[in-house]
Write a protein that binds this ligand. Structure first.
Ligand code: NAD
Length: 441
């Protein structure tokens, strides 16, 4: 299939529900980078290279020079939050970036005031903001969001928009009958069905407005048949769930390596302490459950105990998150990994990762926004599985197991870029190099 990718001309508006730690670190970062104060470290689109053709050709362009992505100077930001703070104030409260750095982009950030949120304490108990829309039905709230979207687009003279969910993790919801078809979902919006969470209302509004939607939290959100059907109908790309940062990033780097060497694992205990607002929200058991489900699936999928019972059949995997205010956004995680090798001899690995959650998440927001826009310009709609690289719990087609191994995810992402640009896929087979040498002799 030939892809006709339209140009990334004009402005790209990035709309963000949830202007908290991650979103403000992302926006402030882009503004600082635009001024030449900093570099977009951790962003594959900006700093990553891609190999093209044979190794002997030495073609390793930057990804941003290979695929037509929106430039940083063409990005415009907007969003919603339940608190009225502008992006400068919210970034100062989040205490991720230093005041000096924030001061240098203060005028750009101060202009960004959150629109009133679609919010209900029923889904996030530990927040009390008042910058919230009023509406008698969820349908009405969806319409208000659509109005926000179209007003933002014209006020900012945007050519295209994308939406990236950076709001709090909602309480755990299971897929139910209201989520099955567009019809049942719309009926549920009119009846205020409790199984329709605010994040689903944002996703619905985005898709209806032809805006690609990526979900950075573990909520179900657009991972339901009704919204996937709608995304196909409107030709809109969607992706989720839950930005892959911190401990899970480490897990999907280490576990594939142990698995690759056929080393056994019988225990993996992960604990975290963090003290930001995300930690406060996750302190509620209903919200933690959503996160726990997202984090637990990772090892099962990488290690596949069912087909490798001798090595992983006994695996005991536990994840704990504890709210600890003194650490702020500087999350600390400990992993104790009990492994075994030749003849079953036991070994242990301890990982103590002192990370900065939002510093790891911000470049993911940037890459997702740029790639989701690319996907839409390339005519790709529905689930964008090639962006699994960025998610803890990648969204896949029904019946398809997600790929969690970060190296396979990267290969999939890069091959997708090669594919849409009409370049040869790279299989890493490499025998052809030796074949040619033999023939040359
Ligand atoms: N930081 C990371 O590394 C990381 C990794 C994976 C996922 N996440 C997820 O990303 C999200 C954001 O994380 P954060 O650290 O920025 O949290 P945060 O608490 O600092 O920011 C979230 C913001 O969303 C707002 N909000 C909540 N519900 C809303 C709604 N319905 N509409 C609009 N705004 C709403 C809150 O008021 C808050 O300002 C969380 O769901 C978190 O679980 C973060």
């Amino acid at each position: 299939m030939e892809y006709q990718i339209s140009d990334a001309k004009g402005k790209l508006g990035i709309l963000i529900p949830g202007l908290g730690a991650v979103a403000t670190t992302f926006i402030a970062g882009v503004e600082a980078i635009k001024k030449g104060i900093s570099q977009p470290v951790g962003s594959l689109t900006q700093m990553g290279n891609i190999r093209l053709g044979k190794r002997t050709e030495n073609r390793y362009p930057l990804i941003k020079d290979f695929v037509p992505l929106a430039g940083l100077n063409d990005l415009v930001f907007g969003g919603w939050d339940v608190y009225e703070d502008n992006v400068y104030e919210s970034a100062m409260n989040a205490k991720v970036l230093e005041p000096g750095l924030l001061h240098s982009v203060k005028s750009e950030l101060e202009q960004l005031r959150p629109m009133k949120a679609v919010f209900d304490k029923e889904y996030v108990k530990n927040l009390n903001g008042t910058n919230v829309k009023e509406g008698t039905t969820k349908w009405d709230l969806a319409e208000q969001l659509m109005t926000d979207i179209s007003e933002f687009k014209s006020a900012n003279n945007c050519d295209r928009l994308v939406m990236v969910w950076c709001a709090s993790t909602e309480k755990y919801i299971e897929e139910g009958s209201v989520h099955q078809t567009v019809e049942s979902f719309e009926e549920g919006l009119r009846n205020n069905d409790p199984s329709i969470a605010p994040s689903m209302i944002y996703a619905y509004a985005a898709i209806k407005m032809n805006v690609p939607f990526a979900n950075g939290a573990p909520n179900l959100t657009c991972d339901i048949p009704a919204l996937l059907e709608l995304a196909k109908e409107y030709g809109v790309p969607v992706a989720g769930k839950d930005f892959k940062t911190g401990q899970t990033l480490m897990k999907t780097i280490v576990a594939p390596g142990l698995h690759a060497r056929a080393l056994g694992i019988n225990g993996w205990f992960s604990s975290n302490i963090l003290g930001n607002r995300d930690g406060l929200v996750l302190d509620d058991p209903d919200n933690f459950k959503t996160k726990e489900v997202s984090k637990l699936s990772v090892l099962e999928e990488i290690l596949q105990p069912d087909i490798n019972p001798d090595l992983y059949g006994e695996l005991y995997h536990k994840v704990r998150i504890n709210y600890y205010p003194p650490h702020g956004d500087n999350k600390e995680s400990w992993d104790n990994i009990d492994i075994f090798g030749w003849l079953g001899y036991q070994m242990q690995i301890k990982i103590n990762f002192l990370c900065r959650d939002s510093i790891l998440a911000a470049p993911i927001v940037l890459d997702l926004a740029l790639f989701m826009d690319l996907a839409q310009r390339a005519g790709m709609s529905g689930i964008q599985e090639w962006l699994s690289f960025y998610f803890k719990s990648p969204q896949t087609a029904p019946g398809l197991k997600p790929e969690h191994d970060i190296f396979k995810q990267l290969m999939k992402l890069q091959n997708t870029l090669r594919h849409v640009m009409g370049e040869d896929l790279i299989t890493h087979l490499g025998l052809d190099y030796y074949q040619e040498l033999v023939e040359a002799l």
